[in-house]
Design a protein around this ligand. Structure first.
Ligand code: SAH
Ligand code: SF4
Length: 356
């Protein structure tokens, strides 16, 4: 296994030959351990109402220039059915963070409705922030099987700098454990090239993922949003290309955690039109096509230059299919594409539930 020094050296590398070697090595690990099929998770951003105020995020509660929305149940179910019809075997339901009973009940109802509408064939991932143990359990019982909760950074002090005082890093880490206990496949991740972040922080992020035995990673570059307090802090960033830094993180994550699922995130595409394909070539195996109805997309801008704001789900699918074919990979339509790591992790406890 690579030690901390080697990871740092590889994270700092900018020589094209060293980078090429890193990406090829990661791709080979991916090929051997999870294969070269790409799995799609259609993402439905069903509401931008958020009670939190993260300093980097465009839909933070303090941004009063955003028009808030909530998709109707029918719109959400219809979008889930569309994903199902298009052969995406999994969806992600994402929104701003709320913990009130109306919201918790609502998500539970949506989960049950989707389960019914798609004969339980659709894998459902949630990305709805920090919740109580009871809520996580209720949503699991209602049919959710995976959960994405990024820790944003493993450096507690940096986390505090990027959030208001009442946002608690320890609580976020605790939630990851609650999710595991509830039986979810657990995903986490960080933003890359945040103001004040160092290469050592990124190395520690990788160690954090490994130490916490997580099943899935979704990480991507931090991208400014000019209606946020963090915008304009560019002097305090590592002065390196964010796309390259993100690809290096993906590759190192793949080499360190061979059998997990790693997403090639939309934020990569915001930096370069072929950013997601480069992510796949560096070791990622998951893509999250945006399924949010076009009329809402403009209001779900976590960062500037979010791509494909005017492309509907079918257009996204065709464009992605072409792009994936161009790099010689196959698409795992109609397959859940669960993280193999999850089944190994839970084999001893018998908690794992196979879906496809
Ligand atoms: N409210 C939920 C889910 C929506 S936000 C939550 O916070 O967990 C999903 C992710 O978007 C966050 O975890 C964060 O990592 C990412 N994000 C927010 N603002 C961003 C920005 N300016 N650049 C890149 N990613 C951002
Ligand atoms: Fe809300 Fe998530 Fe944005 Fe934080 S990152 S403000 S919790 S939507």
């Amino acid at each position: 296994m690579m030690d901390g020094q080697e990871i740092l050296t590889r994270l700092r590398a900018t020589d094209p030959q060293a980078l090429d070697h890193l990406y090829r090595q990661a791709y080979e690990v991916k090929r051997q351990h999870v294969g070269t099929s790409v799995y799609f998770r259609g993402i439905i951003e069903f509401s931008n109402i958020c009670l939190k105020n993260c300093l980097y995020c465009g839909i933070r509660s303090g941004n009063d220039q955003v028009q808030r929305y909530q998709m109707t149940d029918d719109e959400i179910i219809e979008t889930a059915r569309l994903a199902h019809r298009m052969g995406y075997a999994s969806i992600v339901l994402q929104s701003g963070e709320r913990q009130d009973p109306v919201f918790v009940d609502h998500v539970e109802t949506i989960l049950k409705k989707i389960h019914r509408a798609c004969n339980g064939e659709l894998g459902i991932t949630l990305s709805l922030g920090e919740q109580s143990q009871e809520t996580y359990e209720r949503w699991f019982t209602a049919g959710a099987r995976r959960y994405l909760l990024r820790i944003e950074t493993s450096n507690k002090e940096l986390y505090q700098r990027l959030h208001p005082q009442d946002h608690d890093h320890d609580r976020r880490l605790e939630c990851l454990e609650l999710l595991k206990t509830a039986g979810y496949q657990v995903g986490t991740g960080v933003m890359i090239r945040l103001p004040f972040q160092t290469y050592e922080d990124l190395r520690d992020d990788l160690f954090f993922f490994k130490a916490h035995d997580i099943d899935m990673i979704g990480m991507g570059p931090y991208i400014e949003h000019d209606q946020t307090p963090l915008a304009g802090n560019t002097d305090y960033m590592i002065q390196e290309d964010p796309l390259e830094m993100s690809l290096k993180m993906i590759a190192l994550a793949r080499i360190l955690m061979k059998d997990i699922n790693i997403a090639s995130t939309t934020a990569l595409q915001a930096l370069s039109p072929n950013g997601r394909e480069l992510g796949l070539m560096a070791g990622a195996n998951i893509i999250m096509p945006n399924m949010t109805p076009v009329k809402y997309r403009n209001n779900y801008r976590l960062y500037e230059n979010k791509p494909c704001l005017d492309e509907n789900a079918e257009m996204c699918r065709d464009c992605l299919a072409r792009r994936i074919k161009s790099i010689g990979e196959a698409i795992g339509y109609h397959q859940w594409g669960d993280s193999p790591h999850f089944y190994k992790r839970t084999a001893s406890t018998g908690d794992g539930r196979k879906h496809d």
